[in-house]
Design a protein around this ligand. Structure first.
Ligand SMILES: Cc1ncc(COP(=O)(O)O)c(C=O)c1O
Length: 363
């Protein structure tokens, strides 16, 4: 799917400007081969058609502060999540909300988190001087909920649960997670990061939004960066009990931008794009897992737009070999030093990865 202003158009404009300025071209230079970026869990099919149209329409409004768009998206999300406006906080991606949570909560107590998991809140909390309890994943690389419950004490400020988990893609059973959240929320705020929840197979897990809605000490985070394909426009949101959300709002450092807000609002109602995207990403996730397993490479049962695979070699070596095939894959996630996270790309990028894999694995 072409982006609104294509790379080619941009390069064409740059080349025209260059020529007009009389800058000499380097003779004989070979154009750089495009690298397939399968390293950042983006959705290469986005933005969807409705978001693209909204982005174009919002350009003219960019001279204004984004208050109107902000209010509109807030109201739409409140309807979408079946909560009041005061139960939602918008952020510049859910990443900003993770920073805000660290600022507000973990200064007062330690952070309990599974490990490895998405490390944005952990890294930020540690920069703030907070102490972090990392609870290893279980043998199936899922959150070890009993161990996390045991690690939570009166000194805990916040418990972070990433479901499905990044980088392993594993999800925990919905009713077990409900029980865990209800129990642990008696002692500390529980944050459930559902960045990839729209991509799970039916029955694999459940959203914890009903707990947030019911006023439990639970905040659910969502983002427009994954299934909506709007990572570069930086919109995410949290859902939670009104007092928790008011505390969080005080930590806000940025105000979301008009183009992102308008794109998110349009994308929320683009059911066709969301369904098509989910289908395409799920089919290719399955294909990637099947090929890996057929090659004897162990894979988790990933529920995100990425796979987690035991490459049989240090992840850094796998990454270098993949780069030689113009494919960028994820970084190391200790202690799983031979495992690598590979994002699902476009169909063509997935084909490129699957064609390279047997050669990389055998080299
Ligand atoms: C689990 C998880 N949460 C949150 C984020 C942050 O996303 P954003 O700040 O783009 O909303 C990411 C990004 O990769 C993620 O994997």
């Amino acid at each position: 799917m072409p982006i609104a202003i294509s790379r080619r158009a941009l390069l064409g404009t740059a080349a025209a400007a260059w020529a007009a300025a009389g800058t000499p071209r380097v003779q004989g230079a070979t154009p750089k081969k495009r690298v397939a970026r399968l390293s950042a869990n983006e959705n290469p099919y986005g933005p969807g058609p409705k978001a693209r149209a909204a982005i174009q329409a919002a350009v003219a409004e960019s001279c204004r502060y984004s208050i109107g768009s902000y209010t509109q998206l807030l109201d739409a999300l409140a309807r979408h999540e079946n909560v009041a406006r005061e139960n939602i906080v918008l952020g510049a991606g859910s990443g900003e909300l993770l920073h805000m949570l660290a600022l507000e909560y973990v200064g007062r107590g330690e952070l309990v988190t599974a490990w490895p998991t998405f490390n944005q809140i952990t890294a930020y909390a540690e920069k703030l001087g907070a102490s972090v309890k990392r609870v290893p994943l279980d043998a199936a690389m899922r959150h070890d909920l009993p161990a996390m419950a045991q690690a939570t004490t009166g000194n805990t400020g916040l418990v972070y649960v990433c479901n499905p988990n990044n980088p392993t893609g594993t999800a925990v059973d919905g009713s077990r997670l409900h029980d865990f959240c209800r129990a642990v929320a008696q002692q500390a705020l529980v944050v459930v990061d559902e960045a990839y929840l729209e991509l799970v197979e039916p029955g694999a897990t459940a959203s914890m939004v009903d707990l947030a809605r019911a006023g439990e000490n639970v905040i659910v985070l969502r983002t427009f960066s994954k299934i909506h394909g709007l990572a570069g426009l930086r919109i995410g949101y949290g859902i939670g009990e009104a007092n928790n959300m008011a505390r969080l709002r005080r930590m806000q450092m940025t105000f979301p931008n008009t183009i992102g807000l308008e794109a998110a609002l349009a994308s929320l109602n683009d059911a066709e794009f969301l369904a098509q995207t989910k289908r395409a990403l799920s089919i290719d996730r399955r294909r990637m897992v099947e090929v890996c397993r057929a090659l004897g490479l162990d894979c988790t049962d990933s529920q995100g737009n990425f796979i987690f695979v035991n490459t049989g070699m240090p992840a850094s070596q796998f990454r270098e070999r993949m780069l030689a095939h113009s494919i960028e894959v994820g970084r190391n996630f200790e202690p799983y030093s031979n495992w690598c996270r590979v994002s699902v790309g476009t169909r063509a990028e997935t084909d490129q990865f699957l064609a390279a894999l047997p050669r990389v694995a055998a080299a």
